[in-house]
Design a protein around this ligand. Structure first.
Ligand SMILES: Cc1cc2nc3c(=O)[nH]c(=O)nc-3n(C[C@H](O)[C@H](O)[C@H](O)COP(=O)(O)OP(=O)(O)OC[C@H]3O[C@@H](n4cnc5c(N)ncnc54)[C@H](O)[C@@H]3O)c2cc1C
Length: 395
């Protein structure tokens, strides 16, 4: 099918299937969650999720047999453009589709793909990430959670920290040490398990922004079948690192290329006012917004080009660190600017979500943006990767 014919088909399908209430900026309490404990404040969110999943559009580029639509990179670009045209919200978000799904497509065996990918595509299962430990954050390869062989199983003991959404998650993808005698990186394996497995317990951590989206997670003799290891035993670092590239590309893309949210210009006009010529009244603010817009545009184009150029249409390699670094710093600057222009009117505590994006939630969103350059690896760590892997500088 030609791209034009594909565009027409997708446009018609979206017009017919995207509920009107889903064509607006997403209030954060309508964030499209999923999993066994999913609740939907707006029933249309569920309708939209089911229709998109049925058509394979929650994971447009995944093969059809795993719940995707099998789109090519170019078709996927068209699909994204048509979604933006009607300002459709994403039907599904989270670590399933952006992190563990792509990693399984690359490293999972047939049984693992067949079991997990369709459930991820339909949001039946909600995933969390068991990487960081109290003494293994930036230096992740120092992790000590142990997995000891016992017949056909591993017995897992240890602790993870900052596990986002662990209190609601159904399954965890986890880095564990399977060989304490091997070198730091070689002794690590990548394993999957159900969070209801006996011995897994979760304790939420209270945050400055009010809610507690992340947790400490404890493992006390958790028995997991050996078949849940992804890729080879002792090769978990390879999988874990690749997954981080997917994560970094996804975090780097925050705030751009997706739905229309109130632009900085609109907010400035509302909160600072305009001069006689209709321009934003404050000239230095006007210059700052212009600079931000130009940087945003260049960044989005670079990111789009790079993803289109990458063979799989998925995350590029070490360059994902550049996206992560720049995208998160840019998002932080956005909220600094927003606070500047809103002044005391930014001091609202608009909704009860920690992931707010509208001006009603500026304070909370500003606080949340500070975490962007820490989660998924800090900005300093991204600079180290860029120096070593992209620029080839010596240690
Ligand atoms: C919102 C949020 C969500 C998260 N979700 C998850 C999750 O779901 N699962 C999970 O496993 N983890 C999660 N994390 C944890 C995150 O991955 C770690 O916080 C991050 O990797 C940094 O590790 P750390 O906190 O131990 O800091 P540290 O590693 O102790 O770093 C402290 C400071 O030292 C700097 N530093 C450390 N090493 C170097 C170096 N070699 N060169 C230069 N500077 C260095 C860092 O940049 C940082 O400024 C989340 C974090 C946040 C903020």
């Amino acid at each position: 099918m030609s791209l034009d014919a594909f565009r027409e088909e997708v446009r018609g399908w979206l017009e017919e299937n995207c509920p009107q209430s889903i064509r607006t900026a997403m209030p954060q309490n309508e964030y499209p969650g999923g999993g066994r404990n999913a609740t939907f404040k707006n029933p249309d969110t569920k309708v939209w999720l089911d229709r998109m999943a049925e058509r394979g559009f929650t994971v447009p580029m995944w093969p059809k047999e795993y719940g995707g639509a099998g789109l090519t990179t170019q078709e996927n670009v068209v699909f994204g453009e048509e979604m933006r045209r009607i300002n459709a919200r994403p039907a599904h978000l989270g670590m399933g589709i952006s992190m563990i799904g792509p990693a399984l497509l690359e490293f999972g065996n047939e049984a693992q793909k067949a079991e997990h990918l369709p459930k991820i595509a339909r949001a039946d299962i909600w995933w969390c990430q068991g990487y960081s430990e109290p003494n293994a954050g930036s230096d992740l390869a120092s992790l000590r959670t142990s997995a000891v062989e016992d017949g056909d199983d591993f017995i897992i003991n240890g602790q993870k920290i900052w596990t986002s959404g662990a209190d609601n998650a159904d399954w965890m993808f986890c880095l564990v040490r399977t060989d304490p005698n091997a070198s730091k990186h070689d002794g690590i394996s990548f394993i999957l398990f159900d969070m209801t497995t006996p011995g897994v317990s979760v304790k939420p951590i209270k945050l400055i922004s009010g809610l507690s989206p992340f947790c400490e997670t404890f493992f006390d003799n958790v028995r997991v079948p050996k078949s849940h290891i992804v890729h080879e035993l002792g090769k978990g670092w390879t999988v874990g690192k690749r997954l981080l590239q997917y994560e970094r590309t996804s975090i780097g893309g925050i705030g751009g290329g997706g739905q229309k949210v109130a632009s900085l210009e609109e907010l400035a006009r509302d909160y600072v006012g305009t001069d006689d010529a209709g321009k934003i009244a404050d000239t230095s603010l006007r210059a700052a917004i212009l600079e931000h817009r130009m940087n945003d545009r260049s960044f989005q184009l670079t990111m789009k080009r790079s993803i289109e150029e990458s063979q799989s249409g998925q995350a590029p390699g070490a360059v994902s660190s550049m996206f992560k670094l720049y995208g998160t710093e840019q998002n932080k600057r956005r909220y600094e600017l927003q606070l500047d222009m809103m002044g005391s009117q930014a001091l609202g505590w608009g909704s009860d979500s920690a992931f707010a994006a509208t001006e009603l939630d500026t304070t909370r969103a500003w606080l949340r943006s500070k975490a962007n350059s820490i989660e998924g690896g800090t900005s300093e760590v991204q600079l180290n990767i860029l120096a070593k892997r992209v620029l080839g500088l010596p240690d």
